[in-house]
Design a protein around this ligand. Structure first.
Ligand code: SAM
Ligand code: SF4
Length: 490
């Protein structure tokens, strides 16, 4: 007998002596591109869909709802979107009930183009409006359809609405959690598509943020990454507390540290403009804040920084890093760099190489400039030839990789406290974790001896590009009690 058309799972529940079939859930599939904010938005959309009764599938072919959570920062993911949509429209031709949604920054910026190129897309949802997803799924093809049967109701693209972040979340890790603290961006970096897709800055209510972190702490999460495009702008738009104190990013870090000083706190991405001494002192003083700073530099040349409208100089940036290293010995510093920006000369690029040599980043994310529409630089000539961009990018990557390896080589031999995250994808006999300085650590062991979420002291035996291979020395502390809750409402 064919089973494909039977809407029941083959698993049965035994109740009062009878076997009752469990209804089969519709499946959703999400593909995510881009930054950690997008990864977390996908976790939230997954949580909302599971509350609607959907369950996750890794294979698009099995899904009755597919979401592509897009990124507009560079051109490459844009091409990927249309090639993926080409595959999904074929699936829809076979299954007209399939719902296809495009979410994220491209949905916000390029809604009309997506609609025109792929009319099969049913839902368009910008990053500011993801809480509308359940309503859009429910309303899809019902009340709000035009004569062609297309959904015409799109609350999902209102860039001025206040994001309401309290939604269910299906977290992909049971140890490490992302927490949004500020949405949007008020900077106007001339190359960047983010402000046009995510709108102006809106800080989340501090009580709401602290409640979420308290819940995560109670659930046994050991690491929290605070998210925002300019995470240290937190609080600029919030009113003062009753005692007259100003709420800012340093205040928030202190309040989180008070919840549990043994939590590991990370944050991404801060902007150099908002890095003052009060913030540096707070980071240095709080035991929960990890010894790692990701501070995007973008260029090592002041003229180029000016054209990028980054609002700081290389001297100011260096000052922050020097102060930080003085206050937190051993702190790891990572960055983002763009090469081949409009008008970048050989000597400007040489200044970026020099900055990397002088500052010695532990790691850098390095990109060739990619012109974006609705940015200021998008109207300027993209005048660094593709071969030159590519040559500069390779030169920078080679230099930075040498520096990363050298730093890790110098650190090898030390013992690090590692938070166990998973079995390594390289071998079942190895575990994967991170040091407080965010270096990856691979070490031999099994999850019985070193459960996910445990802190293990590991001797770094061999340096790798992004971390070490090592040997466990001892369990630093037993794991906190953990309730098994793959889905929880925050
Ligand atoms: N808000 C962060 C900041 O202030 O730098 C970064 C946000 S952006 C999503 C992540 C990184 O993408 C940037 O730091 C930059 O290096 C890179 N990026 C942004 N726009 C780009 C473009 N048009 N071409 C190449 N890289 C770009
Ligand atoms: Fe983009 Fe600049 Fe805002 Fe970062 S600070 S999101 S690079 S505009």
């Amino acid at each position: 007998m064919a089973t494909a058309s039977v809407p029941w799972k083959s698993t049965f529940i035994l109740r009062q002596g009878r076997r009752k079939p469990e209804p089969m859930k519709p499946k959703y599939h999400i593909q995510t591109y881009g930054c950690q904010m997008n990864v977390h938005d996908s976790e939230r959309m997954a949580g909302m869909l599971e509350e609607l009764g959907y369950e996750m599938t890794e294979t698009a072919e099995q899904a009755s709802l597919i979401l592509l959570n897009t990124c507009a920062v560079r051109e490459k993911p844009e091409h990927k979107l249309y090639s993926e949509l080409g595959i999904f429209r074929k699936l829809k031709a076979q299954n007209p009930d399939l719902i296809i949604g495009v979410t994220g920054c491209m949905a916000q910026r390029d809604a009309n183009e997506i609609r025109a190129r792929v009319p099969e897309v049913d839902i368009l949802l910008g990053p500011r409006n993801i809480h509308h997803l359940p309503r859009l799924v429910n309303q899809h093809k019902s009340t709000f359809t035009d004569k062609h049967g297309k959904s015409t109701f799109e609350p999902g693209l209102d860039l001025l609405s206040d994001p309401t972040p309290v939604t269910p979340v299906r977290r992909s890790s049971s140890v490490s959690a992302f927490v949004d603290i500020i949405f949007g961006c008020n900077f106007k970096c001339t190359y960047c598509a983010v402000p046009s897709a995510r709108g102006r800055e809106v800080s989340r209510n501090p009580q709401e943020v602290l409640d979420e972190i308290r819940q995560l702490n109670d659930l046994g999460y050991r690491e929290i990454t605070l998210l925002g495009q300019t995470v240290n702008a937190y609080g600029h738009d919030l009113e003062k507390l009753q005692d007259g104190a100003r709420i800012d990013f340093a205040w928030l870090l202190e309040a989180i540290n008070d919840i549990n000083p043994r939590l590991r706190i990370r944050f991404t991405s801060p902007h150099p403009m908002y890095f003052n001494n009060r913030l540096l002192d707070t980071i240095a003083a709080l035991p929960s804040v990890c010894e790692h700073l990701h501070l995007p530099l973008q260029s090592g040349d002041n003229d180029c920084l000016k054209r990028m409208k980054r609002t700081y100089t290389i001297e100011k940036y260096r000052g922050i890093i020097d102060n930080l290293r003085e206050k937190i010995p051993g702190v790891a510093v990572t960055t983002d760099i763009i090469v081949g920006f409009c008008g970048e000369t050989e000597s400007e690029f040489a200044n970026t190489l020099k900055a990397c040599r002088d500052i010695r980043f532990d790691l850098a994310f390095m990109f060739a400039y990619s012109p974006r529409h609705s940015t200021v630089a998008g109207t300027w000539p993209d005048d660094v030839a593709a071969e030159i961009k590519s040559r500069r990018l390779n030169e920078l990557i080679d230099l930075q990789n040498d520096i990363s390896r050298e730093i890790n080589y110098q650190l090898a031999g030390n013992i690090f406290e590692v938070l166990v995250e998973s079995i390594s994808d390289k071998s079942d006999a190895w575990l994967f974790g991170r040091t407080r300085s965010n270096k990856m650590m691979l070490f031999e062991g099994d999850l019985k001896t070193y459960p996910v979420g445990s802190l293990v002291r590991v001797h770094a035996r061999e340096a790798l590009l992004r971390g070490f291979q090592g040997d466990a020395v001892e369990v630093a502390s037993s794991p906190l009690p953990r309730r098994i809750m793959p889905l929880h409402v925050l």
